[in-house]
Design a protein around this ligand. Structure first.
Ligand code: PGA
Length: 246
């Protein structure tokens, strides 16, 4: 999955060196980031013109906190490739008023939008931190995390009471404006949200289901995450009979 995803990202960067990437945090994209680092080191994949926008950031952690998404991105990807600091954008979890959120939206627009958005999916079906009942038209704003998300994220903190309860996040509407989306999921804990997102009704109760309305989304998942898909055999059939249109 990670290798396939890295090929898609690398092709995008080779075709358009000034690619605007939408990046995600969490366990899911780690393999992808490792593959991109390898491509940079071994094949010279050049990030010097790439511009990045991260999906979200916790509120209330300092930028250099070990669990801030800024620290995560720096450690897991940015410090190991040749992306320029000035081209990196992460919502500011310590300055999170409406003006700042609108500024983030304007900044994305000023770069002519996101070319390729990487997404994971939460066990409650969220994309970024768009928790159940998030408006499908939502923009960058503050969200209160569900208890499920707080529990899911507790594995990264010493104490559950240290897990932030709020985040600044791109909205579903923001994500849907990306020109291409690449959603990744692996493991049995993602089987239910993946089935809801791909085959369930489009609903704010599973913000990932909004991708059904997106014209260019690729979903890459493993067998465990595909377990509850009713049309799994059909998707495999489509993949093995893929026609190249251009
Ligand atoms: P994970 O998180 O990649 O750590 O499973 C995904 C998400 O919550 O969006």
């Amino acid at each position: 999955m990670s290798l396939g995803a890295a090929r898609i990202v690398a092709d995008q960067i080779r075709i358009k060196p000034k690619t605007v990437l939408g990046l995600a945090t969490g366990s899911t994209p780690l393999g992808l980031y490792n593959e991109l680092i390898k491509l940079h080191k071994n094949e010279g994949l050049d990030f010097s013109n790439v511009i990045s926008f991260n999906l979200d950031e916790y509120i209330g952690l300092s930028e250099d906190h070990p669990q801030s998404y800024k620290t995560f991105m720096e450690k897991k990807l940015f410090s190991k490739i040749n992306i320029k600091q000035k081209n990196i954008h992460i919502p500011n979890g310590n300055s999170f008023n409406n003006k700042e959120c609108n500024k983030y939206e304007s900044l994305i627009k000023s770069h002519d939008g996101i070319d390729l958005q990487i997404l994971g999916i939460g066990s409650d079906g969220h994309i970024a931190f768009n928790e159940p009942s998030s408006s499908l038209g939502s923009r960058t704003r503050i969200k209160t995390l569900t208890q499920k998300t707080v529990n899911d994220n507790a594995r990264f903190f010493d104490n559950i009471s240290d897990v932030p309860k709020y985040a600044v996040t791109m909205g579903v509407g923001t994500i849907m404006e990306a020109k291409k989306i690449l959603l990744l999921a692996s493991g049995g804990s993602k089987a239910e949200p993946i089935a809801k997102a791909i085959e369930g009704p489009i609903s704010s109760m599973c913000s990932a289901s909004a991708i059904q309305m997106h014209p260019k989304t690729i979903v890459m998942i493993d067998e465990a995450a595909a377990k509850h898909l009713k049309e799994k055999d059909y998707y495999k059939w489509v993949y093995s009979n893929k026609i190249k249109l251009n």
